[in-house]
Design a protein around this ligand. Structure first.
Ligand code: BGC
Length: 432
């Protein structure tokens, strides 16, 4: 076993891989990832702020492992991929793909699979020994009819509340005792409002969808929420209506001048002591660390009320587009992001947890207590899929949900109208 583990590490750990620096000419071999490895054109949305640092950590490992392959950063700004996915769709449709691109594992990848735009990487999983490196639960979420089309760099949890303890104290809310239910949370927000602070902040559409999904999880329970995606929970049900009611109340506490902002500026009032709460994934951990903020004193974090034992899952993964100009470069990138070194360097910075489940205690010691806690939660909690981050629904459905939520926020906050819009937005899920 030890010998096998070592062999697998050597294989996935890279070095300057045998593929690196191969002669130019796309798809020169009989596997889609054989061919030109002179460079790799990588599309992500880790373009600015703290997320750029995460990408740089990965780039550092890539430079060590594949020194003959030039890393070309083709990142497109916009949290949650809000801009990148549109540009990618256009580039893929016109046959101008990058060598690899970031996509959320799960339903989001099905858009690209259905359109025949990305390669089946199952054979590369075998070559790199990845089927045993990732937990079976993750392999299941990545598989589509027995094939796997992307390789995950990380796992994130979306349903966390980031809060300013000083604002809470000044509002007469005990920061040590997070509210247990959505109703208790709203009661705390009322106190924060009365004290003259903004109770909760949201930014652009996807951040509002992320808030809505945590409320849906709380009000429907994990199974009820998951049923929204296979038709067993109806979008026109009472439970969804209740969640929309809660969402309306919370949105009434937000500052609408932030509705066009990305997640970092939308969260900033919490950091600056002007607002109490923000719901965001654990990439916020990196954002706050980058600002020199300390958990426990400068900010506190807890699962959204009603979400305590539920891990709202998403994973960033990377693909090999059909017709990539440097497939060997893409292979080198996929090797790095899935290698132990890549996963440790990237995730320890990014706030996420490694997708690999075979890291040693020494490697795990590089992670913060927050991340160690989330590793345990990923093992022990019930896992549900994020809507806002492509795990639960295809891009066109999440876009339609974002549009419905934004219309609600900018319009008359019509609850029945939002529910009808959500029914329409998700109609293609049940007709599948
Ligand atoms: C990605 C994260 C990223 C976040 C904010 C999510 O969709 O999965 O990696 O940090 O968006 O941009």
């Amino acid at each position: 076993m030890a010998v096998l583990a070592l062999a697998m590490t050597a294989c996935s750990g890279g070095g300057s891989g045998s593929d690196s620096g191969e002669a130019s000419g796309a798809s020169s071999g009989d596997k889609p990832w054989d061919g030109d490895a002179s460079e790799v054109d990588v599309v992500t949305w880790w373009e600015a702020g703290s997320e750029k640092e995460g990408l740089q950590a990965l780039e550092g490992v890539f430079a060590e492992q594949h020194s003959d392959t030039e890393f070309v950063n083709a990142a497109i700004a916009g949290g949650g991929g809000s801009q990148a996915k549109q540009k990618l769709a256009a580039d893929l449709a016109t046959g101008n793909p990058p060598d690899t691109f970031q996509a959320h594992a799960g339903a989001e990848v099905t858009d690209y699979i259905d359109a025949g735009q990305i390669e089946d990487l199952s054979g590369l999983y075998d070559e790199l020994g990845l089927k045993d490196a990732f937990p079976a639960s993750l392999i299941d979420r990545l598989s589509m009819d027995g094939k796997i089309y992307s390789i995950p760099s990380n796992i994130h949890r979306a349903n966390m509340v980031w809060a300013n303890p000083s604002v809470l104290e000044q509002s007469g809310v005990d920061p040590q005792t997070p509210p247990a239910t959505i109703d208790e949370w709203i009661a705390d927000m009322e106190k924060v409002k009365a004290a003259g602070f903004t109770p909760i902040t949201v930014g652009m559409a996807w951040t509002q969808t992320e808030l809505l999904e945590t409320i849906l999880i709380a009000d429907l329970g994990a199974d009820g929420y998951t049923g929204l995606f296979d038709g067993t929970t109806k979008w026109d049900s009472e439970g969804v209506a209740k969640a929309i009611g809660h969402f309306k109340t919370m949105m009434s506490f937000t500052d609408s001048s932030l509705y066009s902002e990305d997640w970092e500026p939308a969260m900033q009032p919490v950091v600056d002591g002007k607002a109490a709460y923000n719901v965001m994934g654990d990439w916020a951990y990196l954002g706050l660390t980058t600002q020199g903020k300390t958990m426990g004193t400068d900010y506190i974090v807890f699962p959204a009320p009603g979400n305590e034992k539920v891990y709202d899952f998403l994973a960033d993964s990377f693909t090999l587009p059909v017709g990539a100009k440097h497939p060997g470069g893409a292979k080198a990138w996929l090797e790095t992001i899935s290698s132990k070194e890549g996963q440790v360097a990237f995730n320890s910075v990014k706030g996420s947890i490694p997708a690999r489940s075979d890291l040693s205690e020494d490697e795990l010691s590089k992670f913060s207590d927050y991340q160690r806690g989330q590793m345990t939660a990923f093992q022990d909690d019930e896992i549900v899929s994020s809507i806002a981050h492509g795990a639960a629904v295809p891009v066109k459905v999440s876009n339609a949900i974002n549009d419905a939520v934004m219309k609600f926020a900018q319009g008359a906050s019509d609850e029945a109208g939002l529910q009808t819009a959500l029914v329409d937005a998700t109609a293609s899920l049940s007709s599948k």
